[in-house]
Design a protein around this ligand. Structure first.
Ligand SMILES: CC(C)(COP(=O)(O)OP(=O)(O)OC[C@H]1O[C@@H](n2cnc3c(N)ncnc32)[C@H](O)[C@@H]1OP(=O)(O)O)[C@@H](O)C(=O)NCCC(=O)NCCS
Length: 271
């Protein structure tokens, strides 16, 4: 994946965690920001931003049996609140969420915003995607060794995807993860998740568009006008993004630590 680099250092402290300064963070038309939360940020967000959660979210957090799952939820939800607060220039605590019939979180207040977002997580990593006037879906998964990929794919993958998986003898786990993350990203953008006929969608490489680019079709008809790409985070963690924008410009926003203090770096990926 090609990265061109623009960096920005941002400093507005929220306890131990520095958050983007609203005067420096803009989401332009056709731009997608993908925020990467690693374990370090998850820990810090969990301790310094949890007060922004609603009563319902706190209850939801308490229902997780494992502390790491609970902390990951608290961190991604409080970072979601904080970042939406920055994009919309509003207080994180004032946001209200609801979910669609099929479970996709959406903003209930403020009403009528053009901001679209989606969230995904796996062990030790969470991704938050933001864009304007579109549908956006994101997925991240950690590679699990020794899974019965063909069995899990049944009913979720289309016949074409099942054939491609069967043909990928040398690394079927990687082939499985690639289709799985792409498909989840697409279906989360559409809002149906894996509930509604996932096998009727087919994901295929689109090498003519560039490395890591793919496109999707439903029952043989190409879904056009979308930007769909892989987000690779090394051999163990695979991500994918789908957004209903032509030629979207995707920027990875990474929370990192340097010289003992946090900052944010932006790496813009060329479409
Ligand atoms: C939605 C789904 C694809 C998520 O898959 P996953 O790999 O387990 O989880 P991910 O980490 O990628 O995503 C979780 C996030 O997706 C979002 N999400 C949930 N349902 C969603 C949907 N239908 N569409 C888009 N995003 C959704 C939430 O923000 C959630 O984050 P949260 O726990 O912080 O609220 C999967 O759970 C699914 O298809 N479920 C079926 C739909 C369902 O059960 N809905 C319940 C209400 S009817």
């Amino acid at each position: 994946m090609q990265h061109d680099v623009a960096t920005a250092r941002i400093a507005r402290n929220a306890g131990a965690l520095s958050l983007p300064d609203p005067s420096q963070l803009f989401l332009h038309e056709k731009a997608v920001h993908v925020w990467i939360l690693d374990e370090h940020v998850i820990r810090q967000a969990c301790s310094s931003l949890r007060h922004t959660l609603s009563h319902d979210e706190r209850q939801h957090a308490r229902a997780y049996r494992h502390e790491s799952d609970r902390n990951n939820f608290i961190a991604r939800r409080s970072m979601l609140r904080s970042l939406i607060g920055v994009y919309l220039r509003t207080k994180p605590e004032s946001l209200r969420f609801n979910v669609t019939r099929l479970g996709k979180p959406a903003l209930q207040w403020p009403r009528g915003t053009r901001l679209a977002f989606n969230v995904s997580h796996t062990d030790g990593t969470a991704l938050l995607a933001f864009a304007l006037n579109c549908r956006v879906g994101i997925d991240v998964e950690r590679r699990i060794r020794g899974i019965d990929a063909a069995n899990i794919a049944r009913g979720i993958f289309s016949p074409l995807e099942e054939s491609a998986l069967a043909a990928a003898r040398t690394d079927s786990a990687a082939a499985f993860l690639s289709v799985w993350t792409r498909k989840e990203a697409l279906l989360k953008a559409l809002g149906c998740g894996l509930l509604v006929e996932p096998g009727s969608y087919t994901i295929e490489d689109a090498p003519a568009l560039g490395e890591g680019r793919w496109h999707a079709s439903k029952k043989g008809t190409r879904i056009s006008g979308w930007t769909c790409l892989d987000l690779g985070f090394g051999p163990e963690v695979q991500g994918a993004l789908a957004v209903s924008l032509d030629d979207a410009r995707v920027t990875l926003c990474r929370c990192s630590s340097s010289s003992g203090s946090n900052d944010y770096s932006f790496a813009a990926m060329l479409p």
